[in-house]
Design a protein around this ligand. Structure first.
Ligand code: ADP
Length: 972
């Protein structure tokens, strides 16, 4: 099965590609809407035009109807008038009264006629010839002849009723009238007179107005001559052109110009009278409905337009929204496309990794079968993927690992991840391979996704490594054992070698010849070098193993400087170096006093060693914020810049070929580690030819110093403060003596002017005087007798300290001791002690018990102390020591800690718990590496702790001298 076959096919996402731009589409929609609204607008306009035309036609028709109505009214009015006149004229009583010419009766009849027809303005009776006989209402015109009148001519033409043209009547108030005339006939039917009435046109007008109430239309009644008989308008106008047609007997309607304005007019003839009637409206009036329609059309158009605009706006908004949505959709699409592409790429990459990976990828189901495997499985195990898929995976697992594997699978089914698990898988060839697993379950899928790595080789290597580590640990342990054995086994004999050779050098046991002295010198040099090397190697290995513990306390820098200078002075003197130390009196550091001293001595030792003779070495300390910077500066050859960082490496030495340089190459490496253990830093400032300055920092301690004692806070050792007067005119020598004596607890007064020495001695009454011989203006030889002869000073013991080797002369002149320069501290202190003892003349027994299992060391210590005037007893192990102390209490015990039978610690604890020995002075001298607790115990319970790996002899002597100021016997 190929892995790629299993890979899910790429999803073919079909995304709609956007067509035309949405903006364009929007505009098209707006255009479409416009196209739609246009015919609508056109349609309404067309309807409007049609309606307007219809309205016009209708209105004209209306006008015609009005005109017709008017004409009928006129005709009817006049017909009625004519009929009513005729009926009066035809009445028999009228005819009779007329026949008689009874004017009064006629007057009565006329009055009745008027009553009958109120429209008659006048009624009159006229003779056949046209003379007015009676008129009602009466008027001046009676008697007048009216044969000229149209009405007269008309009625007499055929003796038929006649309606006249319009004329202005002669009767007051002379209004425009129409006359209606009818003949009066006699019994024979012949006309005998004329009955006439004038018809008021104003009356007719009123009637019309009444009929057409509220109308703004005008009407005109035109007589047969075109004269306006009646009109709705007061001003009266000439008949409109329409009147002509009416007079010609036509009826109709049309648009005419009236008074320069367009007007609608209906016209109709009044046929009986030959008159015409006009009904005229202004165009405005006539077209009011059309105008109304027009307005309505406008409104509808506006409304439609508004609807269109609103729709267009809405469409635009919708389109815009759509556009935005489309744009967002497009962006989303693009994003999606990109993501799909990335996912595809990532999947392809994953596929590639899956196929190419050296690690074995798998997906396993909850049913215990693999679901998918990458080709690495085939390569690693040799089975094909199909073979592996065919069986439960547990079948391929080493029987011993099946249970654990099933346990892991069970854990995973609960959703726990497996980060490191290893098991063995069977290969096709039957061998097994170690696989390391990292797996994560996907619970909802019921699958475990896991990756395995073939760690068979790694496992082998690990096994080999574990073995190697165990071996290394074994050998390290062995090394530790070796080192601790060495520290004891090598140092012990070396101490003896150095100790005894030292004793021999001092010629206590007879003089040595030059060759012997030279050989002894070789022995000492070699031994010292060996001791230093052993100490350095042990220190370094302890530091590297992190086993070096420091126990910090407050340490006064000045005191430590004095102590270091004191120790190094003899060496410096030998090489004629000036050695100076400067430190502020109250400056303290937090340090392990022993290690601080070691650091100082290492750096000073180097400075002394590498600086050519006659150089200058300076110690300085200064406060730098929270730390104290300590410098050891020399005037030596300096160190090239390129070597400056290398000199701190172990075993790195410059100028190793030069004979003058001796060393191990470990000093600076140890020194740096020690400084760093204190939280400080060691550095160098140097230029070739301009000397070197090694500096280091230590944490500052602000409180007042208690003590600079290298031994720490050990039990106080009793000792009186004795004053010593040093008479020495050479400053350097005076300084040396002063520091040697001060460091041993003596109070020292230096007198550099020998001529003042006698007075000073008399005044101070010192316990001992040291006296140089070669001095100016008076020499020691001259001063000594004076001191010895002056009663004030004669009792004071004098030690001659000189380069003149004439002890006999000294003894002769009364000197108690004689020391030849260069002065060794131990010799000086021993001499001082002897003087003090002699001066005290006491014989208090002071017995020192040396508890030491190494015979040579034991013998050396005993010999060393005996040679300094002490009574010494020895014990070779703990049991013996215990017995001796029990039988006779010594004044002081020098105790080794590593002892057969009962250890030094054990003994010390016993003694402290016993009242008799609770205050016994015990000085511990050991090469054992101490733990912090052991060290603290010793600080509380021992008088001092001296280390065999250091130059312990002088320190031991000092402590003993302080504890036992008096010894029984003088030095031989
Ligand atoms: P050692 O002194 O035993 O040779 P160190 O580790 O103390 O080893 O010093 C390493 C090297 O650094 C020395 O060999 C020496 O060449 C150089 N060195 C150390 N101190 C000084 C100094 N004060 N002046 C010149 N060279 C020095």
């Amino acid at each position: 099965m190929s892995a790629s076959a299993n890979m899910p096919r790429e999803d073919k996402a079909s995304f709609q590609q956007p067509g035309k731009s949405p903006g364009k589409k929007g505009w098209m929609l707006v255009a479409l809407l416009f196209l739609f609204i246009l015919p609508l607008l056109g349609g309404t306009y067309w309807m409007y035009v049609q309606s307007e035309r219809e309205i016009k036609t209708e209105e004209l028709q209306n006008d015609l109807l009005h005109a017709r109505t008017l004409s009928e009214i006129v005709e009817q009015d006049f017909t009625t008038a004519e009929e009513s006149l005729t009926s009066i004229a035809d009445r028999s009583d009228v005819r009779r009264d007329w026949e008689r010419r009874d004017m009064a009766a006629m007057d009565k009849h006329l009055r009745e006629a008027r009553k009958l027809e109120p429209a008659f303005l006048f009624t009159g009776v006229l003779e056949r010839d046209g003379t007015m006989r009676v008129i009602v209402p009466p008027d001046k015109i009676v008697g007048w002849n009216f044969a000229y009148r149209d009405w007269y001519r008309g009625v007499t033409a055929h003796w038929e009723p006649y309606v006249s043209e319009v004329y202005q009547t002669a009767a007051s108030p002379n209004p425009l009238v129409v006359a209606v005339a009818v003949p009066i006939r006699g019994n024979d039917g012949q006309p005998t007179g004329i009955l006439m009435a004038t018809y008021s046109l104003a009356q007719l007008s009123n009637k019309f107005r009444m009929l057409d109430k509220g109308s703004k239309a005008d009407f005109y009644i035109v007589d047969q001559h075109g004269m306006v008989a009646a009109s709705s308008r007061e001003d009266g106008r000439s008949a409109a052109p329409a009147a002509k047609s009416a007079l010609e007997g036509a009826e109709g309607s049309g648009r005419f110009e009236v008074d320069g304005k367009n007007a609608f007019a209906g016209y109709a003839p009044v046929p009986q009278l030959g008159w015409g009637v006009l009904y005229v409206r202004s165009e405005e009036e006539a077209l009011a409905p059309a105008m109304h329609l027009k307005n309505q059309h406008r409104l509808v158009s506006l409304y439609l337009l508004l609807i269109y605009l609103a729709t267009a706006a809405f469409a635009a908004i919708v389109m815009r929204r759509k556009t935005q949505l489309l744009a967002a959709n497009q962006a989303l699409n693009a994003d999606l496309q990109k993501q799909i592409a990335e996912t595809k790429k990532a999947r392809e990459e994953l596929d590639r990794y899956f196929l190419l990976a050296l690690d074995m990828f798998c997906i396993a189901g909850a049913d215990g079968y693999f679901k998918r495997l990458n080709p690495a499985w085939e390569k690693t195990l040799g089975f094909t993927v199909e073979e592996l898929l065919a069986k439960p995976y547990l079948d391929f697992i080493h029987p011993d690992d099946r249970e654990a594997t099933a346990g892991q699978a069970e854990k995973q089914s609960r959703g726990e991840e497996v980060l490191s698990f290893a098991n063995r898988y069977r290969c096709k060839d039957g061998s097994y391979k170690w696989l390391s697993w990292s797996a994560t379950p996907v619970i909802d899928q019921g699958l475990i996704y896991a990756v395995a790595r073939d760690i068979t080789e790694l496992k082998k290597m690990q096994d080999a490594l574990t073995q190697a580590k165990e071996e290394a640990e074994r050998s390290n342990k062995f090394k530790d054992q070796f080192l601790s054995t060495m520290s004891h086994e090598l140092r012990t004999p070396l101490n003896a070698v150095l100790g005894f050779s030292d004793l021999l050098t001092e010629e206590h046991y007879g003089p040595l010849n030059e060759r012997q002295k030279r050989y002894l010198d070789h022995i000492q040099k070699g031994g010292k070098h060996l001791l230093r090397l052993i100490n350095d190697i042990l220190d370094l290995s302890r530091i590297e193993a992190g086993r070096l513990q420091i126990s910090v306390e407050r340490v006064a820098v000045k005191t430590s400087f004095a102590d270091a200078v004191d120790n190094m002075r003899p060496l410096a003197d030998k090489r004629l170096h000036t050695l100076e130390a400067f430190a502020p009196p109250e400056l303290n550091v937090r340090a392990d006093p022993t290690r601080f001293r070691q650091v100082l001595m290492n750096l000073m030792g180097n400075a002394i060693k590498f600086t050519p003779e006659g150089g200058k070495i300076e110690l300085r300390a200064q406060e730098l914020g929270e730390v104290v910077r300590i410098e050891v500066r020399d005037s030596g050859p300096g160190i090239p810049t390129e070597d400056q960082h290398r000199i701190f490496e172990a075993f790195y030495r410059l100028r190793r070929n030069e004979k003058t340089t001796e060393g191990t190459g470990l000093g600076l490496a140890i020194t740096r580690s020690l400084v760093e253990l204190h939280g400080g830093h060691l550095g160098i400032e140097s230029e070739p030819g301009a000397g070197s300055c090694f500096f280091f920092t230590l944490p500052m301690e602000r409180a007042h110093p208690i003590r600079g004692d290298q031994g720490g806070s050990f039990r106080a050792i009793s000792g009186d403060h004795q004053r010593i007067l040093v008479v020495e005119d050479d400053s350097k020598s005076a300084q040396l003596l002063e520091s040697q004596l001060t460091s041993a607890g003596y109070e020292v007064t230096v007198c550099k002017q020998p001529e003042r020495a006698l007075g000073l001695a008399a005044e101070l009454k010192p316990s001992v005087i040291t006296l140089d011989i070669i001095m100016k203006p008076i020499s020691g030889w001259e001063l000594l007798p004076k001191l010895k002869s002056d009663p004030r000073t004669s009792g004071i013991p004098v030690i001659l300290v000189t380069i003149v080797d004439q002890p006999e002369t000294g003894a002769l002149l009364g000197a108690e001791e004689y020391i030849v320069k260069p002065v060794l501290k131990a010799n000086l202190l021993a001499a001082v002690q002897r003087c003090l003892n002699r001066r005290g003349k006491t014989s208090q027994s002071g017995r020192v018990l040396v508890v030491e299992d190494d015979a040579a060391t034991r013998e050396f210590i005993a010999e060393f102390l005996t040679s300094h005037g002490y009574a010494v007893g020895t014990a070779a192990d703990g049991l013996e020591a215990r017995a001796q102390v029990a039988s006779s209490l010594p004044t002081l015990v020098i105790l080794d800690l590593i002892l057969p039978e009962v250890s030094g610690f054990h003994l010390l604890a016993e003694w402290r718990n016993d009242l008799r020995t609770a205050n016994l002075c015990v000085l511990v001298l050991t090469s054992k590496d101490l733990t912090r607790e052991e060290r603290e115990y010793l600080q509380a319970n021992a008088g001092a702790l001296l280390r065999k790996q250091e130059m312990w002899q002088e320190a031991l002597l000092e402590h003993i001298q302080r504890a036992l100021p008096q010894v029984p016997a003088g030095r031989s």
